[in-house]
Ligand binder design. Structure first.
Ligand code: SF4
Length: 511
């Protein structure tokens, strides 16, 4: 192994990157971190595309493969067929924002519905945030939709409907547009020779050039951007960038790359290294031990692009030795008590009360069942008390904890929060008037609930409730009651039983 020292102290972990769904912050990268320090030393040849002929060959192979194998995706069609440059840029922009952290297969339907509803910047600018949230519901990372709309309004009101024409201006003028998105819009919509670096590109480039240092570190990110800008095909920049990302998504995948089918395998130094390691292992088996190992990193001491000495080459990983990322921060653990309040509406249909979340922070502006965060370590009865206190704020009088029926726990993992919803339900009768001044709220049928701007987590909560109801009303299936669901206990409700608000308010607290 080459003499690696400097990176040894950093705790790195193996494994491929998050594909096209890499975190937006990583995708948007650093806006010019190369300029922060002095001029960095030039990278070793191992990590460079130093031969112009090789660059040409790689571009040709990649584009030929893309022409033959690319997936038909709606935004790709619009990027080619839409004659109006602003509409074209808008179409690409929407797709790029939706694709952040989200699988292509999931995005397609959302994208089609979005473009059908708001085919232009002007149409989006006129939409309400509620409509945007409704359409975005289930796609996650809800601030993306909000910022997209804010930016569309800005283009319409301040830029006369004209999308900024350079990557620099896109970043400077539009909220939510970072380096990656700006590069994608300018290369795909305007045909400008700008590279892009997202999770897929990181993986492919790190493998092509044996970059094994932490792929989220500034020196590596800077090098990858420089490489992407140098490699991008001058005559077909948009196709080249999409081809590189497509390769990462479909061939050079995180855990099981299909090197045998790879159109650029002859340019891949990770693959070369695997071959050398195998040859070395064979020689060892045959007793032809080399005096010194003949597989080197780049030969530059303390190279900021080579793997850490603490995590040397692992022959069992093959090319997936590259790239490596710093260990992810564990999501923080939180608990929230949630109450599914039900009533029979005027036409007898079951209705649920939903309330709107604050306009900033996690799931901003979305609707949810009345919920309240729980401090760690509370017992079930204490959780009930916290929840009834929360509900009491609306009722304006004492609420009985025993009235709540425990449904179960629903876990939802956000990017940085491992959230457990402790779910209760409560059935109320007829005309219930609660003091709802503290937050906007409304009663919705199940159908309306599903069409509302509610998070995936809340849909899971409702499913849990419905499942419990189904189990309890099913014919002698030996349904298992979950903790707290005690039929006949004081204050509990049975399926089909409507608890009057008066009963609910007067029911005694359990001991
Ligand atoms: Fe990725 Fe394998 Fe192609 Fe190298 S040869 S770029 S590791 S798929």
């Amino acid at each position: 192994m080459g003499p690696l020292r400097a990176a040894a102290a950093r705790g790195l972990r193996r494994g491929g990157g998050g594909g096209r769904g890499a975190a937006p912050a990583a995708r948007e990268g650093t806006k010019g971190s190369a300029a922060r320090g002095g001029r960095p030393a030039p990278p070793a040849a191992l990590h460079l595309f130093g031969d112009p002929a090789e660059v040409e060959a790689l571009r040709g192979s990649l584009l030929a493969w893309y022409d033959e194998c690319k997936r038909d995706l709606p935004w790709r069609v619009l990027a080619v067929t839409e004659p109006d440059v602003n509409r074209r840029a808008y179409a690409v922009w929407v797709s790029e924002i939706m694709l952040q952290q989200t699988q292509v297969a999931t995005v397609i339907d959302y994208y089609n519905r979005w473009m059908q509803k708001w085919p232009t910047l002007q149409a989006l600018a006129e939409a309400s945030l509620e409509e945007v949230n409704e359409l975005w519901a289930g796609l996650g990372y809800y601030s993306r939709g909000k910022r997209l709309q804010e930016a569309a309004r800005k283009v319409v009101s301040e830029l006369a409907g004209q999308m900024p024409r350079t990557a620099e201006d896109l970043q400077k003028l539009l909220p939510g547009v970072g380096r990656y998105t700006a590069g994608a819009i300018t290369s795909i919509s305007y045909g400008q020779a700008t590279g892009v670096v997202d999770g897929n590109v990181i993986r492919v480039l790190c493998r092509l050039r044996c970059i094994g240092a932490d792929s989220s570190s500034p020196p590596v990110i800077d090098r990858l951007w420089a490489m992407a800008n140098a490699l991008v095909d001058r005559s077909r920049p948009g196709d080249f960038n999409q081809a590189l990302m497509e390769l990462g998504a479909t061939v050079c995948t995180p855990k099981a790359p299909l090197c045998g089918e790879c159109p650029v395998k002859q340019h891949c130094r990770a693959r070369l290294r695997v071959e050398k390691e195998l040859a070395l292992a064979s020689r060892k088996l045959l007793g032809k031990l080399p005096v010194v190992p003949d597989v080197e990193d780049c030969g530059v001491g303390g190279c900021p692009l080579c793997p850490s000495a603490a995590e040397p080459w692992d022959s069992s990983l093959g090319v997936t030795n590259f790239p490596r990322k710093a260990a992810k921060k564990q999501p923080r653990v939180e608990q929230t008590a949630t109450c599914v309040l039900e009533r029979r509406g005027r036409r007898g249909a079951l209705e649920y009360l939903i309330v709107q979340r604050p306009s900033s922070g996690l799931l901003a502006g979305l609707w949810e069942f009345p919920s309240v965060p729980l401090a760690p370590g509370l017992q079930q009865e204490q959780q009930r008390e916290v929840l009834v206190d929360h509900l009491q704020a609306w009722a304006g009088q004492p609420v009985a904890a025993g009235s709540l029926r425990f449904i179960g726990e629903v876990v939802h993992v956000f990017s940085h929060i491992h959230q457990t919803y402790v779910v209760y339900s409560l059935s109320l009768d007829g005309d219930v008037t609660l003091d709802l001044a503290s937050s906007p709220s409304r009663w919705v049928t199940e159908e309306e609930f599903r069409a509302s701007a509610v998070s995936t987590a809340m849909k899971k909560v409702l499913r849990a409730c419905e499942r419990q109801r189904g189990e309890e009303s099913g014919p002698a299936k030996g349904s298992k009651r979950k903790r707290g669901a005690k039929p006949g206990a004081a204050g509990s409700t049975r399926p089909g039983t409507q608890l009057s608000l008066r009963t609910f308010l007067r029911a005694p607290n359990p001991p």
